[in-house]
Design a protein around this ligand. Structure first.
Ligand code: CU
Length: 660
């Protein structure tokens, strides 16, 4: 009602109501509209509404999302870029794309992965013998202080190659990629504990820890799940693998995870499916995993006392596998560190409520969400009141005594997010709706809003903190048929921005995601992000003042045998030196510093045909190393339109052929 009143008031203020009354009488205007669809400056808002076929609700949505030039959005969304391997940054409520952050995948605008220092970060994420240059990114998580987003760091996972990356939100650049040495895929990550002591990464498809070979017939004995607790060193802004540790899990397919908060700080929760441990084998006449994994009525939520696990790790109760300290199930089970509790059929979503008192799990093949009472579960573990043990000796909590309630949501409830009024919003995949319900009284949804279509994840403003904002929810829809102009058989995904401030949910905007399937996203208040406008002179991609930083007037070329080092600067509108001449086969390193200090004065540097391309934001330093293996005369030039004489910002890289 309140939103409606605002719109009516706005329409009145802009004279629309008057225009509607008068405009309808004015046939000449109508004819003119039909003739030209005129959207010119003199057209009244009422005429515009009519010619574009907009309803009052559409105008309300437009007024709530339009951000005029020079004004700023209220929130940032950090969205998983899915198969693109990079992070999408989006402004809310405008739903305008602000940036794509190069993370796991080379990104050429930022010169990410094209010969400069970012190559070293990408190299750090290699798995075994393979240079992994793509990712299946799923769950971005913002760093937290006392359970609130603090705007400093973003962590993301790569499901396909079991890796976690750290993005520094001071410069919106990736600083570290950490490969998981134990698992072959991950999913429950990257979830942070309330003070970002740990970044949790949980495996998805089980495999022998350390990725050794074991026949599939030995699945139950040798395949395992694992949760890595990556220790985050906030001072350094990096994960410290040497202080990180892991918890061995049974070969159930662990899915999503969340860390406890407030009352449940020190605990973590991971759901699972395929407790049947189905492994397929369709050519041998066995059922595919999809049916084999859907036999049991209950799977298991893993309840983890990570504070206690940490103490056991520090007491040396671990086994080292692939260089990582692992707390095994035979220790974790009896110590009350790892306990199971049933969860209805093929669960998905695992979301701790803002007060830290409950965990909400959806059921892909169940119509309910189940609300677990964390205090009850802790008491049952304390009293050792179990319903037996699983095949790995892990204690199982009695289901009915562990839950606070169940809510009938609809067909295929998945993920749940929260507002500031005790409401939960659950994505319902099969039914294609957002279901709004109260997580305080466990009643049926009070409202369902149709979304377009097949919503997967859902996010809300400051939604994973101890104090969500309400205001906005975004439905992250997997399908978008009939929403956007056709672009061939591969369709964009659809983010639908929903206003949850009023009594009823209202659509505000659709945003096509044109580059991959975003899984999860988080939304943070814009004023929490303190982005720098320029680097301290000589800062490299790792965020350090580079020892080879070049000052104006000290540019030079140093030759040492077949090694050529170039110390170069870039400033509007020239590179110094602007000519490099080497011999075929020389090992070339170009140290290049931008001498710019002014905001938004970025240069780029490329050498044609050499796959070398870096971005030089103000103050940035890059080190580029390669072998001059192709004789020829190659232009090198600035790739960012930096000044009126940008095209003149060029030089030559000359490679003299070897004498034959
Ligand atoms: Cu330039």
């Amino acid at each position: 009602m309140r939103a409606h009143t605002i719109v009516t008031a706005t329409l009145l203020a802009t004279g629309i109501t008057a225009a509607i009354v008068v405009g309808c009488e004015n046939k000449a205007v109508q004819q003119q509209q039909q003739a030209s669809g005129n959207l010119g400056a003199s057209t009244s808002v009422a005429d515009l509404m009519k010619s574009r076929g907009l309803s009052e609700a559409d105008v309300e949505a437009a007024l709530k999302t339009y951000v005029p030039t020079g004004k700023m959005d209220e929130y940032y969304i950090f969205a998983s870029g899915g198969q693109s391997g990079n992070v999408d940054v989006i402004g809310v409520p405008s739903m305008r794309m602000l940036k794509v952050i190069g993370v796991f995948t080379p990104e050429s605008w930022q010169g990410w992965g094209f010969g400069g220092d970012s190559d070293k970060i990408l190299e750090g994420g290699n798995q075994g013998a393979h240079k992994i240059r793509w990712a299946d990114m799923h769950h971005p998580n913002l760093s937290e202080t006392k359970g609130e987003y603090d705007g400093q760091y973003l962590f993301v996972n790569d499901k396909a190659n079991a890796r976690v990356a750290v993005v520094d939100l001071a410069d919106f650049a990736t600083k570290q990629i950490v490969p998981n040495p134990l698992a072959a895929s991950d999913h429950g990550g990257a979830f942070v504990t309330p003070d970002t002591d740990y970044v949790i990464e949980t495996s998805q498809y089980p495999s022998p820890l350390g990725r050794e070979y074991a026949p599939i017939t030995e699945y139950k004995e040798k395949y395992r799940g694992v949760a890595i607790f990556w220790k985050f060193d906030r001072q350094k802004g990096r994960i410290d693998p040497s202080k990180s540790w892991a918890l061995e899990l049974p070969p159930y397919t662990q899915d999503l995870a969340d860390a406890g908060k407030l009352d449940s700080d020190g605990w973590a929760f991971i759901n699972s499916f395929n407790t049947e441990m189905a492994v397929g084998g369709t050519l041998d006449g066995k059922p595919p995993v999809e049916s084999g994994a859907s036999q049991n009525d209950m799977d298991y939520l893993h309840v983890i006392n990570w504070k206690k696990a940490e103490a056991l790790v520090n007491a040396g109760k671990t086994k080292t596998i692939a260089g990582m300290r692992v707390l095994t199930m035979d220790v974790a089970g009896p110590e009350g560190v790892l306990t199971l509790v049933g969860e209805p059929k093929s669960p998905h979503g695992c979301d701790v409520t803002p007060d830290g008192k409950q965990v909400i799990v959806g059921g892909k093949l169940d119509t309910h969400t189940t609300i677990y009472d964390i205090a009850k579960m802790k008491a049952l573990i304390e009293q050792k009141k179990f319903d037996g043990k699983d095949a790995y000796g892990l204690p199982i909590l009695p289901f009915k005594e562990s839950i606070a309630g169940q809510v009938e949501i609809g067909l295929g409830p998945l993920h749940t997010v929260f507002d500031d009024k005790g409401n939960a919003y659950t994505s319902v995949f099969i039914e294609s709706v957002v279901a709004k319900w109260s997580y305080k009284d466990y009643k049926k949804p009070v409202e369902k809003l149709k979304v377009h279509y097949n919503i997967g994840h859902i996010l809300s403003a400051e939604g994973d903190t101890v104090s969500p904002d309400g205001k906005y929810v975004v439905a992250m829809n997997k399908m978008s048929m009939d929403r956007f102009l056709p672009v061939g058989p591969l369709y964009p995904q659809n983010f639908q921005l929903i206003d949850v401030d009023g009594e009823k949910m209202r659509y505000l905007a659709d945003m096509p995601l044109p580059n991959a399937e975003p899984h999860y996203s988080q939304m943070i208040k814009a004023d929490k992000i303190k982005a720098v406008k320029a680097y301290k002179p000589g800062t490299n991609a790792l965020g350090e003042i580079d020892p080879a930083k070049v000052e104006g007037g000290k540019e030079r070329i140093v030759r040492n045998g077949n090694k050529v080092e170039v110390f170069m600067t870039a400033i509007r509108s020239h590179f110094t030196p602007d000519r490099i001449e080497v011999e075929e086969g020389d090992e070339v390193t170009i140290h290049i510093s931008s001498l710019e200090t002014a905001e938004d004065q970025t240069h780029g540097f490329t050498i044609d045909m050499y796959n070398v391309n870096v971005s030089l934001e103000p103050g940035k330093h890059e080190n580029i190393s390669f072998k001059a293996d192709m004789p020829g005369s190659y232009p090198m030039y600035c790739t960012e339109f930096c000044s009126a004489l940008h095209l003149e910002m060029m030089g030559y890289f000359l490679v003299k052929p070897k004498k034959k």
